[in-house]
Design a protein around this ligand. Structure first.
Ligand code: FES
Length: 157
């Protein structure tokens, strides 16, 4: 009798383990499929406004879209993510200091999003920009990671 009980208990544990492992595999598989689809996410173009509404050398917040539009002195544009590359807090642009500051651990970034002060080690992400019919269109669905700023990241009209 105790032999039958033992087998039943073993069998139950075996089935429970197989069920748990199967569920975990399904979960991992579904997440992989979801991740694959996310990486191919279509663009979500946000109309930031007419080119001429942005003065050279100024930074404009688009809080609901989580980016700042930086119009550089030479007229180029950068759409800079508000997400700090340290641990993800929201950075603020301080006009008085002419830089982005993170309230969490005091990282600082310049107008190009380059790191001025740690603990962040990587430049702020960028959102791709296209100029269409004199409007600045920002793809807010596809942030681009970068280590440093370089000129090729700037969009010109
Ligand atoms: S999250 Fe920005 S400095 Fe830590």
């Amino acid at each position: 009798m105790s032999f039958i009980k033992k087998i039943t208990r073993r069998s139950f544990i075996k089935r429970a383990i197989i069920t748990i492992v199967s569920l975990e595999l399904i979960y991992v598989f579904v997440n992989l499929l979801k991740k694959g689809n996310d990486s191919q996410e279509t663009s979500k173009l946000f109309d930031a406004g007419e080119i001429d509404t942005f003065e050279n050398g100024k930074v404009y917040p688009f809080n609901t879209e989580r980016f700042y539009l930086s119009r550089l002195k030479d007229g180029g544009f950068l759409a800079i993510s508000t997400k700090c590359t340290h641990l993800g807090c929201t950075v603020q642009f301080k006009n008085s200091d002419n830089k982005f500051l993170c309230p969490c651990h005091a990282s600082a970034f310049n107008k190009h999003g380059e790191v001025l002060a740690p603990p962040a080690t990587r430049a702020l992400d960028l959102f791709p920009i296209t100029i269409s019919n004199d409007k600045v269109m920002v793809d807010t669905a596809n942030p681009v990671k970068r280590n440093k700023h370089n000129r090729s990241q700037i969009t010109y009209a």
